[in-house]
Design a binder for this molecule. Structure first.
Ligand code: PBG
Length: 325
């Protein structure tokens, strides 16, 4: 008789036959930067995640991330003021540009990724330039390219467009190349759904749309084939890495994209996924550590090479502890 249980008898055996590993090197920690001084303000619906000012507050966070062996952060900025065109998004002294300069000056090899989108910067909260009640795709491409170039000049290693505009990767690539940034990589949020799981992020970034929703540019959660098309288009436009977002309810999409591309693939374990686990753990209903490591391992098993997650620091610390055992 075949007895698979023989291989589960001891931890050493289980380790030997383990198919997928999760390590701190697979994780990216999101960071929210804000104007002001000495700010370290926890976000209500995201316990453990803070708004940080670009000073010692940011330095301390990045020190923690690096000490845990996490190779990358992704920066989101809250501007001082929002306007129709979202002008701080590409301002030389914009909040993300300031954060990049400060972190670059530390001369560490931490990877600095930036989210390239308009919704945090525009007064209407949509991900692009409005024409009437709808986002003007091609006018938005010019803005995205300008934002990416300003991030590149401030020291970004990777720019990550997240607005689901058609042609965004090609537009950003040509903008970067024209400004001499041929070596700067593009991580495309290629397959991004119009999801209720972004709720806490929109509180954190003050980026909820003032009218309507994002269904005219983000994808319908019911569609898989369309996601494969989106991934293929972004690859053809020159994306260097692809991402699927959200993660937990979309692991079939991660798997399907994985099977069709040779590019590195990331999953974005989004704010609502984080908030759900945190809330249940706070109520004492689940074992947070176990669930977080299980969920992240599931994303790796589904085919994600790396994971963008608010759990990154906790997970890296737990993994280090297990490694010492
Ligand atoms: C910007 C952007 C969003 C997220 C990442 N980049 C919000 C949105 O699309 O509404 C969401 C991340 C999260 O929920 O953790 N467009």
């Amino acid at each position: 008789m075949q007895r698979p249980r023989r291989r589960r008898r001891t931890e050493a055996l289980r380790r030997l036959v383990r198919e997928h590993e999760l390590s701190p090197g697979d994780l990216i920690q999101p960071i929210f930067v804000v104007h002001g001084q000495g700010v370290e303000r926890e976000i209500d619906s995201m316990p453990g995640v803070c708004h940080l000012s670009v000073d010692q507050s940011l330095d301390r966070e990045v020190d923690r991330v690096e000490a845990l062996g996490i190779p990358a952060v992704i920066l989101f900025g809250l501007p001082a003021a929002k306007d129709d065109g979202g002008t701080e998004n590409f301002a030389e002294d914009g909040i993300v540009q300031r954060a990049l300069r400060r972190l670059r000056a530390r001369s560490s090899d931490l990877l600095l990724i930036t989210d390239v989108c308009c919704c945090e910067y525009t007064s209407h909260g949509h991900c692009g330039v409005l024409r009437g009640e709808s986002v003007d795709n091609d006018a938005t491409l010019e803005v995205l390219s300008r934002v990416a170039v300003s991030h590149a000049r401030a020291g970004a290693d990777i720019v990550a467009p997240s607005g689901m505009m058609d042609g965004m990767v090609a537009a950003i690539r040509s903008g970067l190349d024209a400004d001499g940034h041929q070596d700067l990589a593009i991580l495309s949020y290629a397959v991004k759904y119009a999801s209720g799981f972004y709720g806490p992020f929109r509180e954190a970034a003050g980026s909820a749309p003032s009218f309507g929703d994002r269904r005219q540019y983000q994808m319908d959660p019911a569609n898989l084939r369309e996601g494969l098309l989106e991934a293929a288009l972004d690859e053809a436009e020159g994306a260097d890495l692809l991402m699927v977002k959200p993660a937990l309810a979309y692991l079939d999409v991660v798997r399907a994209v994985r099977e069709r591309t040779h590019l590195p693939l990331l999953a974005y374990n989004v704010s609502g996924e984080y908030a759900m686990l945190k809330a249940a753990a706070r109520l004492g209903w689940v074992d947070e550590r176990r669930l977080v490591l299980e969920a992240l391992t599931g994303m790796r098993r589904a085919g994600a090479d790396a994971i963008n997650t608010y759990h990154a620091k906790d997970a890296a610390a737990w993994l280090a502890e297990e490694g010492r055992r």
